[in-house]
Ligand binder design. Sequence first.
Ligand SMILES: Cc1cc2nc3c(=O)[nH]c(=O)nc-3n(C[C@H](O)[C@H](O)[C@H](O)COP(=O)(O)O)c2cc1C
Length: 394
Amino acid sequence: MKVVLGVAGGIAAYKACELLRLFTESGHEVRVVPTRDALRFVGEPTWAALSGHPVTTDVWESVHEVPHVRIGQSADLVVVAPATADLLAKAAHGLAGDLLTNTLLTARCPVVFAPAMHTEMWQHPATRANVATLRERGAIVIDPAVGRLTGADTGPGRLPDPAEIFQVCLRVLRGAPRDLAGRKVVVSAGGTREAVDPVRFIGNRSSGLQGYALARTAAARGAEVTVVAANVTLPDPAGATVVRVESTAQLREAVLAASAGADVVVLAAAVADFRPADRHDVKIKKTDGEPEPIRLTKNPDILAELGQRRGTYPKVIVGFAAETHDVLANGQAKLARKGCDLLVVNQVGERLAFGTPDNAATVLVAGGDPIEVPRGPKEDVADAVWDAVAARLS
Ligand SMILES: Cc1cc2nc3c(=O)[nH]c(=O)nc-3n(C[C@H](O)[C@H](O)[C@H](O)COP(=O)(O)O)c2cc1C
């Protein structure tokens, strides 16, 4: 596929080199179109050598090939990473002063912007309005990640991990539908930990891979995504706001807060049903005799609570059930009991579901037929969920 990689003049321009490699190594033909200021950060020889194509910033070179029109017209995808505040403003207003902005005006393929800038610039009403304009026109603008910015500052504005931007682009290239555009989605991911003492906990084997696949695919389908991540060590999915939690109580609080005004809540995290009744403030010491038993108490049932609280929002609630036996029978009973719209049931055990990149599942639908998802990447299960969610939302 033909990809145009636009690079604007932000400090994160060096990260676009990695994005470029990901495209070229997966067989894509990439034309890099930097802005003049982007070349102050990473020079023309780097882009030319890595892409294998000549690189220019203005419309006055190789004029006989009319590059200001042809590059955009022939692209299957244009991705601008990093997109500066300046570039977003120019794109929103249709300015065409250089090769990149001309390309943006002539492209009829999907366009992805990955903005990166200081928090103040990202949150400025002018930038917000420009982003809204671009999204209204159908462009995909990936929300920046929260984290370390230039210098000592931290906050929203960081370019997401290049591998995650690449994943969004791949899904867009494969024709991901934009059926979640304008929808607010909350996904819980990972596995909760319940403290026994300051160093020990009761936990589970969930890695967060399925929850992150749900977040990544929802973002590619246009949703505004919040991930409540319990003990996940994976890179943040591009475009998602990640709220980190440890225990079930923290996850409950974060999910309920994020659910206000959300269209969809998907509870994919493995939450502990029980927690130690007493948390020791100091480490339990080894003694000669038998250890004291750990008394457990029940944790709140977040899925059931969400089902009971449902008013206007969330419109669709999706639960996950990991079962080791009688998978479908247990799943159907849980769907009826919890009052959710969809329940994704999967068999778990050694090398099944937890920590693996692939999964097989059945999506149980309240009032509808179950959907079988054969073993494949966790993104396949995620897309089957979003297909069913989109059908319910419409
Ligand atoms: C060291 C340095 C870092 C910068 N980083 C950013 C940035 O991350 N995001 C941004 O929007 N602008 C950033 N700027 C400002 C842009 O470079 C400036 O707005 C420039 O005109 C952008 O041009 P372009 O959009 O045509 O590439 C930075 C400037 C400097 C000097």
